[in-house]
Write a protein that binds this ligand. Structure first.
Ligand code: ADP
Ligand code: MG
Length: 488
């Protein structure tokens, strides 16, 4: 098994969040929600006599992504016709870019946590990013096929990596980081389940004795990053098995069967596709001035890496904690909202990563849904403050958090209603400690005779007597004092 190394290149298609389509003023609508064919016009239908016009906002969005991915922006861009027939492509060709793409030669650094072994960082080269238009959508019902052209002509950015990715884990962390960058830039909402963002891995395996790449397959229709991960795992395993049994891998396009958790072969590729690319005669060569590039660069928002560095520097978070907080834009946004409500940055980070994430995991709620939960940033900040002020201990705060999650509400009110307020009053705690020591006399004697490790059990006995609400620090101090007094 170790003799084989996966080789993976990703092709990513991201619909751009422009108001109008790539080559006309036709509005862009949610292609899952909107009634079929409610957003079409002569240009997106490819009617004869229509002329395309380049969407300047789409170019700007493409430049933002290119620069965020450390690409060079060539001064001349050209659109090209990619000819093929498909019912969802009414013109008989797709306007794309071929030998003069928008952005080339970039890279993205990723942090990888492998299944076994140490975490590491790695640079994945970006070959190119180019603009094109999306196709329509076919739905097959019974014996008929229905076509919806709402999506036809929606601006699409295709991003292609070099085959630098060598495991499913690396592909997953690349996918997550790229998605975060697109979200931070505001050019794509990252919703893979709706097909607004699509990631297609090209997969082959290399034997340790190989000097060249082997035949690759390509997996389509993956509706989540988790499925990109699973499909790569399954396909790598399938290819290794084939080679080890003396067989070969045939170049093919595969799909992913989410129910059976396996790849399915959709079609074999007998020979290279012949798209007969040629320059789009209806569009001018697009010049990208250096001023425009610098203008776009100067206005890039804070991207995940920079935000992570700032969280580390300003708030003293660990690199790991900061990276988890920034990797999903919704989480970063929530965290910053909690801080804006006055919570301590370090405590807030701990309570999001520990408390909130475990509740979300237990309820199977994905992290990007954080803002649709019952707990507002203000209420979460209030909870963190109650802990920091010593009004709630950790266990009681977890109980309050669970109530906030299931029923919603203000943490202080929940604390009062459930009688969870922490007892820090030294008089009250002293009294309970004394009772607990009397009740556990045998243990106290053993402790005094040198069994120091019984201290923990005695703390437990005191906490139990305080119904779990004692301030742990005060309990520890007073217990230690009471025991010392008994040593005489
Ligand atoms: P094209 O589709 O234009 O022919 P390539 O085949 O060179 O372009 O690359 C398409 C994608 O497949 C890229 O992401 C590239 O990194 C990846 N790729 C190319 N060769 C291999 C290979 N042998 N194994 C895995 N991925 C590959
Ligand atoms: Mg393409």
């Amino acid at each position: 098994m170790n003799a084989w190394k996966p080789v993976i290149g990703l092709e990513i298609h991201a619909e751009l969040l422009t108001e109008s389509k790539m080559f006309s003023a036709c509005p862009v609508v949610d292609s899952v929600e909107a009634p079929p064919n409610s957003a079409v016009d002569p240009v997106s239908l490819g009617l004869p006599g229509t002329l395309p016009v380049i969407n300047a906002r789409a170019v700007e969005f493409g430049l933002m992504v290119g620069l965020a991915l450390n690409c060079e922006i060539p001064p001349l861009n050209q659109f090209a016709r990619k000819s093929y027939f498909y019912p969802d492509l009414p013109k008989g060709y797709q306007i794309s870019q071929y030998d003069r793409p928008l952005a080339i030669n970039g890279w993205l650094d990723i942090d990888v946590t492998p299944e076994s072994g140490e975490p590491y960082s790695k640079r994945i080269r970006i070959r190119r990013a180019h603009l094109e238009e999306d196709t329509g959508k076919l739905t097959h019902v019974g014996g008929a096929s229905l076509v919806d052209y709402n999506r036809a002509g929606v601006p699409l950015l295709e991003i292609v990596t070099e085959p630098d990715i060598n495991s499913a884990e690396e592909a997953e962390s690349f996918g997550r980081k790229l998605r975060a960058i697109l979200q931070y830039l505001g050019v794509n909402n990252g919703d893979m389940s709706k097909g607004v963002l699509r990631m297609e891995p090209n997969i082959s395996v290399m034997h340790s004795s190989d000097t060249a790449f082997r035949t690759r397959t390509e997996v389509k229709n993956l509706n989540s990053i988790r499925n990109v991960f699973r499909a790569i795992k399954a396909e790598v395993e399938r290819q290794i098995k084939l080679y080890e049994s003396g067989d070969t891998v045939k170049q093919a396009t595969l799909g992913w069967d989410d129910v059976k958790q396996r790849v399915v072969i959709q079609r074999y590729k007998e020979r290279a596709d012949e798209y007969r690319y040629f320059p789009e005669p209806d569009l001018p060569v697009l010049e990208i001035s250096r001023e425009q590039v610098e203008e776009v660069r100067a206005h890039l928002p804070e991207l995940p890496d920079r935000k992570r560095e700032r969280f580390e520097r300003e708030f003293g978070l660990t690199a790991y904690d900061a990276s988890v907080l920034v990797m999903e834009q919704a989480i970063a946004h929530y965290y910053e909202g909690v801080l804006a409500e006055g919570a301590n940055p370090k405590s807030a980070a701990n309570w999001i990563l520990g408390g909130l994430f475990s509740v979300m995991n237990a309820n199977d709620v994905p992290r990007e849904e954080i803002e649709h939960t019952r707990i507002s940033a203000r209420q979460f900040a209030a909870l963190v403050k109650l802990v920091d002020e010593g009004k709630l201990n950790k266990g009681a705060a977890t109980t309050v958090l669970n109530s906030m999650w299931t029923e919603g509400g203000d943490p202080a009110q929940i604390m009062e209603a459930q009688g969870l307020a922490q007892v820090s009053d030294t008089g009250a705690i002293s009294a309970v400690v004394e009772q607990a020591l009397v009740a556990n006399d045998a243990m106290v004697q053993r402790y005094l005779n040198g069994e120091e490790k019984l201290f923990g059990a005695l703390v437990g006995a005191c906490m139990k007597a305080l119904a779990g609400k004692g301030d742990p620090k005060v309990v520890n101090d007073l217990l230690r004092r009471a025991l010392d007094a008994r040593r005489g």
